[in-house]
Write a protein that binds this ligand. Structure first.
Ligand SMILES: *[C@@H]1O[C@H](CO)[C@@H](O)[C@H](O)[C@H]1NC(C)=O
Ligand SMILES: *[C@@H]1O[C@H](CO)[C@@H](O)[C@H](O)[C@H]1NC(C)=O
Ligand SMILES: *[C@@H]1O[C@H](CO)[C@@H](O)[C@H](O)[C@H]1NC(C)=O
Ligand SMILES: *[C@@H]1O[C@H](CO)[C@@H](O)[C@H](O)[C@H]1NC(C)=O
Length: 565
């Protein structure tokens, strides 16, 4: 055999062994799969999904959706599995649930077991309806179409549950607007990836797009326009839709910083609004345009904030409520005469933030019965922060700076933590700068960070390999409830969102569901590459415009595009 042919032969062998160990993929990879003799079986033409429990409104919706998806998907894998086929069809999928009334709350049991025999009925057992939805997703990914038949993996048993209870995506709808349909499509894609929290960063300095009944002027004057606002009805639709996909919607109203848009309706409660963000020879008034912060010394600030929180809590049944509290800017507050007087009289900015927190935190927790979530800045802020003694340990803090270092600091203080370290989980990074009139680009020797403060771009591999409990003790580890990738929207709207979010978010989804390591304890990024190619292809078929991660050739030739064989 010529060396070339010998090589081809070896590759063919490698390919065969690859395809026999992973003939069909589930993303995120389940914790336990047993498939001793891989087979496929056709789905019976009269195939149906039924549940022994009395109908559960959200699970019933999920069942009818998955029934449609199975029949409509016509998914053809990039590498068609060639498996011995059982001549007898799978007739039905029978679901049974032991705790049908469990609400979709943090840490609800999402485990399930799925058994597909070689013929006859398949079985899905879950403790809760939400676990059943995860199992239905797995079942759907075990099907494919070949020769105008729908085939399903047969002789397979899966038992599965997530590593982390909080697997989220932050979507910012203030910098740019996203339609209700954009948000629903994103929720669908999250559920395909078994993610369970949409962190909706609703408002910021640029726009206030949510219409709240007791303070309607905030949106009427502060949104980008009548067609770029969410009515209470829109919000209820999104929340209910997400629930039928097993996705909680956690609202964030970012205060007291990031509130320039509030000044359109209530200029009297906002300091430094509508100023040029970077006055010459003076400290910047905000981290980016636009400027504006709530004034903690004005009593009216609290009546407005309480109305906003109450109305938002009415629209979002979710027990977690994010109150922001990040990036309070010193210069913006100091530029206000009332605050300048307070400082001259010996007051500090830290005291001001503390005043704001002590007048709004108990309202969230005691009055509205919510678990408060804040950005880490509230206790670690470089410019302005409060003493941890003012933030009860029932609060959840979201970390975004200094990678594993801050996760350790916050967990060792005794807080539960959501990890969103920008160096790994910020999906906006590395897309270049967006502020104009920037002389940085007028150069024949480009370099640096290309204008993006958090460059480089976080590739799916960077996201996948991040261990969010790196360097923690066992006790600190238990305080990490999960992670969120963040889609800040300065340069994103619904037109390009899918490709910016997917499939990189799928990388986090697997790392937080079943981990980023194989059974040997080694990182499994090599194996994940081929599986993610397939998964991206299936997502595109389901209407999610995820970007490709490699040339198609690589997916067709597994392992051949690796850096190391
Ligand atoms: C997976 O299998 C292992 C070993 O068989 C077992 O210890 C573990 O409990 C299983 N996990 C799940 C989620 O069923
Ligand atoms: C507060 O919320 C929790 C869910 O987080 C719920 O179980 C409890 O009944 C609520 N309490 C009141 C008084 O509404
Ligand atoms: C974390 O802390 C170590 C030790 O102080 C330091 O060397 C490192 O630069 C820090 N990493 C980040 C991302 O801040
Ligand atoms: C751009 O910046 C320069 C200073 O570098 C300034 O002189 C000029 O007025 C700015 N142009 C615009 C359009 O703002």
């Amino acid at each position: 055999m010529k060396p070339y042919h010998l090589l081809r032969f070896i590759f063919l062998l490698l390919f065969l062994s690859f395809s026999s160990s992973f003939p069909i993929n589930i993303w995120p990879k389940p914790t336990n799969i047993s498939w001793p003799i891989p087979h496929s079986s056709p789905l019976c033409p009269s195939f149906n999904i039924h549940c022994s429990q009395p109908s559960h409104p959200h699970l019933s919706l999920a069942i009818s959706r998955y029934t449609d998806l199975l029949l409509a998907d016509h998914h053809q894998p990039l590498l068609p599995p060639s498996l011995p086929s059982s001549p007898h069809p799978i007739s039905s999928l029978s679901i049974s649930i032991s705790n049908p009334s469990a609400p979709l709350h943090h840490a609800v049991d999402e485990s399930y077991t799925l058994s597909i025999p070689l013929s006859g009925p398949a079985f899905l057992f879950a403790s809760t309806p939400w676990g059943a939805i995860r199992g239905l997703e797995s079942f759907s990914q075990l099907t494919w179409s070949a020769d105008s038949q729908i085939l399903v993996a047969a002789g397979i048993h899966i038992s599965d549950r997530p590593l982390f209870p909080h697997r989220g995506l932050l979507l910012d709808t203030s910098r740019n607007f996203f339609t209700v349909e954009d948000i629903m499509r994103t929720v669908r894609a999250m559920s395909y990836n078994k993610m369970n929290v949409l962190h909706w960063h609703i408002t910021d300095s640029q726009s206030f797009p949510i219409l709240l009944p007791s303070v309607p002027d905030l949106a009427i004057k502060g949104s980008y326009g009548p067609d770029m606002r969410y009515s209470p009805e829109d919000v209820r639709r999104i929340v209910d839709y997400a629930m039928s996909y097993g996705v909680r919607v956690m609202p964030e109203i970012d205060v007291p910083g990031h509130t320039g848009s509030w000044a359109e309706a209530y200029p009297e409660i906002v300091t430094c609004a509508n100023q040029f963000w970077r006055p010459p020879n003076k400290p910047a008034l905000a981290a980016e345009p636009a400027t504006g912060q709530l004034n903690p010394l004005n009593p009216k600030t609290y009546s407005i904030v309480h109305n906003v929180f109450r109305d938002a809590a009415n629209l979002f049944p979710e027990p977690f409520f994010h109150g922001g509290a990040d990036e309070v800017n010193s210069a913006c507050w100091e530029s206000d005469p009332s605050i300048a007087a307070f400082i001259s009289a010996g007051g500090t900015l830290d005291q001001l933030l503390q005043t704001f927190i002590t007048k709004t935190h108990p309202f969230l927790t005691s009055h509205l019965n919510r678990t408060a979530v804040y950005w880490e800045d509230v206790v670690l802020g470089p410019a302005v922060k409060v003493s941890p003694s003012a933030i009860p340990k029932t609060t959840i803090l979201q970390t975004w700076n200094n990678g594993p270092n801050n996760t350790k600091i916050l967990t060792s203080m005794g807080y539960r933590v959501i990890v969103s370290s920008w160096d790994f989980y910020y999906l906006d990074c590395g897309h270049g700068g967006w502020v104009g009139n920037d002389s940085e680009y007028d150069s024949l020797t480009p370099g640096g960070n290309g204008g993006s403060w958090c460059a480089p771009f976080k590739t799916w591999q960077r996201v996948y390999d991040y261990d969010i409990t790196e360097g923690l003790t066992e006790e600190e580890r238990r305080m990490v409830i999960g992670g969120e990738v963040a889609m800040w929207s300065e340069q994103v709207d619904g037109v390009v969102a899918d490709g910016r979010i997917w499939p990189r978010t799928a990388a986090m989804a697997e790392a937080l569901w079943s981990g980023n390591r194989g059974e040997d304890g080694k990182k499994r990024y090599g194996d994940a590459t081929d599986r993610l190619n397939e998964w991206r292809h299936r997502m595109v078929g389901r209407g999610i415009a995820a970007e490709p991660i490699q040339p198609l050739w690589c997916a067709r030739n597994p392992g051949m595009c690796n850096l190391v064989q």
